[in-house]
Structures are given as structure tokens and as C-alpha cells.
Design a binder for this molecule. Structure first.
Ligand SMILES: Cc1ncc(COP(=O)(O)O)c(C=O)c1O
Length: 395
């Protein structure tokens, strides 16, 4: 591979030959986890709201500053269940600029997704375009806080109030994000989190629904446990969405490490921003001031015609970026036939999807790694229009 032994790696003091992946899960020291496993083995209570499960729900509610947390085995089942909990049907307005699970959750509920374009600055659902998509069949809006940047919660809420719609936020990127001093998860009817391995807070797989309504919390907990309200009463066609004790125990331990990890992410973002902010042709993600960011991702936006070349050539230097989100959800065969999926209706999302590239971003990156990534990225970008790119040994 070209990236092994390159001069640049040596020059930047990068001693490792490990590839730099777009993300790398944060895990606590293994020895710290062993006592948790011992407890699980002693108790023999493996799932169905065990002690670690209860502890994690309480600690997360406290850490996040929300009323109630219901844990799930993953974020997708949490999304599917959230729609069931609120009995959403008909049509739901959502964004194509997301991970495909956002729309799949609608599909699994027999709901018609209606794609709406995004705001050019935040890449979140554009409220000014939502209203014209509302029909008598519309029952809810499913926005995403993309890259942890809050959606325009005030404008969306106003629309929801006027038209009697529910709002379910896909907050899978927004763990720990605050807006105007309080958790972003406190907006809307329900918010859904993912604790997947690629997320800043991970239980390997995992997720949650967040609510401030005690009655809704009960209903969520029935739905995720086959619909059981008690031993003999099944009140809904529930699902098995339960998080197990191993995941929950890991979550409890992971929480202790979160403040340090966020601090490190912020510092790395600072290095990235300093190196890239004045580079011609590179646009950084807008990060509003009234937001407490979680620094989950580091997307940058470059010229459409260069993006895929840069993505491929960086790989040869051991830098594995991700075109997140490309393709748009509305491009997948299952959804592209929908009237709202037509590219003419979604120009902002289409353009962002062709320009975006997410750079490696995780707390165990060294400052030198980030410098190396930036220098290589800048160099590759500067040469990306040259015909020699087909044979990128020039770097
Ligand atoms: C925006 C978004 N929605 C939904 C999901 C699905 O979550 P999970 O992978 O936990 O099922 C993810 C992440 O994977 C995501 O990034």
C-alpha cells in the first residue's frame, strides 16, 4: 500500500502504520469492565430491565438533563418503536440527508416518507419548505439533528402546533448536545438516540427513546417488551427492543469517560479548524454559538468534481474518510420512485451529498495525526483536478 512508509508520515512523526479510519470506538480499559461482568455472572439477570439497565436509564437521564430514558438494543428499533408509541401513520415529512435507518423506520411502520429539502447552512430539515408538503395524510415530522447540529426546533414546533403534527427527532448524532442551555432532547414529542459503535457514546449496539412524559415512558417500555403491561396483559403489538445487561453495564462505565472525551474532541476540532478554515475550496460545517456541541463528526465540503478523487487518493495514504451522507436516502431504489424523492425537489441536500467528506475524528487521534490528515488532505485537494490523479504517486 502506498501509505506505508510514505515520507509524509515520517515527516509528521506519525510512527504508526495503522490506517486512520473515519472513527474508532472509545472503550474504557478492559480491566475496569471486568468487575461489571462479574456482577452480571453473579446475578444471572441478563436482560429485562436488570440492575445495570435501571442504573443506566437513571444516569443517562441525569447526564443528559432529560426526564426519562428508555434503553433499546439499537437506535433503529428505537425509531421504529417511537413511531408505534405515538401511533404515527399516513405520511411523515423527513430529510433525505441522513442515515438510511431514519427513513427505514417509517417504511417498517407502513408510513409514506415525504422528503423535504434541507437548510444550506445547517443541512437540517428546512422548515420553510415543510409547510407546502403537509397534506391531510401528514401526521408527523421526523427531522434529524445532523452531525449533532440542532434542527430548527422552534420553527418546526410552530408548524407542528398549527397543523396538529407530532415531532419525533432522530437525535442519533446529538448525544449530549445542548441548545440555549438545555438538552436538545427536550424538544419535540420524542427523541431517539443511537449508541452504535460509531457514536460518541457507545454500548457497542444500543439506543434509547427520550421523553419528559411519564405516561409515554410507560408506553415505550411496554412496546419494547412485546407490548407486555404486566404478566398477562399485552396492550400493543410490541417488539423485542430491549437492551441487555452487558450493553447497559458498558454504558454505565462509558458515561464516566464522556466529559474527558468531549474535551479531547473539542481540542481536535480546534486543530482541524485552524488548519482548514482558510483553505481555498474547503467549507467547514457551520457550528452555531448557542449550541453546546458534542463534536461527533468533522465533515468538510469540497468541490463536487474533486470529492471522489480526494476520497480515493486519501485511502492510498491510509486516511479513510467517509462520504456521509452519500448517496442521499432518496436515491436508494426503494425510495427513489416517491414523488418527493425527485432531485429537483432537493437541490440543497443533493449538492451537500456530492460535496461532503467526513475526516477521521475520534479522541485517540494524536495532534500529529490531525496535522498529517490536514496536510495530506490539502495537498491532495490542490492536485485533485490534475490528470495525473489517475496515478497519484506524485504525492
Ligand atoms: C441519523 C441516524 N439515524 C439512525 C441510526 C440508526 O442507529 P443504530 O445504528 O443504532 O440502529 C443512525 C446510526 O447508525 C444514525 O446515524
Amino acid at each position: 500500500m502506498l501509505y506505508e512508509n510514505t515520507e509524509k508520515q515520517i515527516k509528521h512523526g506519525q510512527t504508526t502504520k495503522e490506517p486512520l479510519l473515519v472513527t474508532r470506538p472509545d472503550l474504557p480499559p478492559l480491566e475496569d469492565f471486568l468487575p461489571y461482568l462479574e456482577k452480571i455472572w453473579q446475578r444471572r439477570w441478563l436482560t429485562n430491565s436488570g440492575q445495570f439497565h435501571q442504573e443506566l436509564e437513571a444516569r443517562l437521564a441525569d447526564y443528559l438533563g432529560v426526564g426519562y430514558v428508555s434503553l433499546f438494543s439499537n437506535g433503529t428499533l428505537a425509531l421504529v418503536s417511537a413511531l408505534q408509541v405515538l401511533r404515527i401513520s399516513g405520511e411523515v415529512i423527513t430529510t433525505p440527508y441522513s442515515f438510511v435507518a431514519t427513513t427505514h423506520a417509517l417504511n417498517w411502520n407502513g408510513i409514506q416518507p415525504v422528503f423535504c429539502d434541507v437548510d444550506p447552512l445547517t443541512l437540517n430539515l428546512d422548515p420553510s419548505k415543510v409547510e407546502s408538503l403537509i397534506t391531510p395524510q401528514t401526521t408527523a415530522i421526523l427531522p434529524v439533528h445532523v452531525y449533532g447540529n440542532p434542527a430548527d426546533v422552534e420553527a418546526l414546533e410552530q408548524l407542528a402546533d398549527v397543523y396538529g403534527l407530532k415531532i419525533i427527532y432522530d437525535a442519533c448524532h446529538a448525544f449530549g448536545v445542548t441548545y440555549k442551555g438545555q438538552s436538545i432532547l427536550n424538544y419535540g414529542d420524542l427523541s431517539v438516540l443511537s449508541f452504535h459503535a460509531t457514536k460518541i457514546f457507545t454500548t457497542m449496539e444500543g439506543g434509547a427513546i427520550v421523553t419528559n412524559d411519564a405516561k409515554l415512558k410507560k408506553r415505550i417500555d411496554y412496546i419494547k417488551n412485546f407490548g407486555f403491561a404486566d404478566e398477562v396483559t399485552v396492550m400493543a403489538p410490541g417488539i423485542n427492543g430491549k437492551m441487555n445487561e452487558m450493553q447497559a453495564a458498558l454504558g454505565v462505565l462509558q458515561l464516566e469517560h464522556m466529559p474527558r472525551r468531549i474535551t479531547r474532541r473539542r481540542a481536535l476540532a480546534g486543530i482541524y479548524a485552524k488548519k482548514l478554515k482558510n483553505v481555498h475550496d474547503v467549507e467547514l460545517l457551520h457550528r452555531p454559538d448557542d449550541v453546546g456541541h458534542n463534536w461527533a463528526y468533522f465533515p468538510v465540503f469540497i468541490a463536487e468534481e474533486k470529492r471522489d478523487i480526494v476520497y480515493e487518493v486519501l485511502k492510498q495514504h491510509g486516511i479513510f474518510t467517509r462520504r456521509y451522507f452519500f448517496p442521499l436516502i432518496s436515491h436508494f431504489p426503494i425510495y427513489r420512485g416517491l414523488p418527493s424523492a425527485s432531485p429537483e425537489n432537493l437541490p440543497v441536500a443533493e449538492r451537500a451529498s456530492r460535496r461532503v467528506i467526513c475526516l477521521p475524528f475520534y479522541p485517540s487521534l494524536t495532534d500529529g495525526d490531525v496535522e498529517y490528515i490536514c496536510d495530506t488532505f490539502i495537498s491532495v485537494l490542490a492536485h485533485a483536478a490534475e490528470p495525473a490523479m489517475a496515478h497519484p504517486e506524485w504525492i
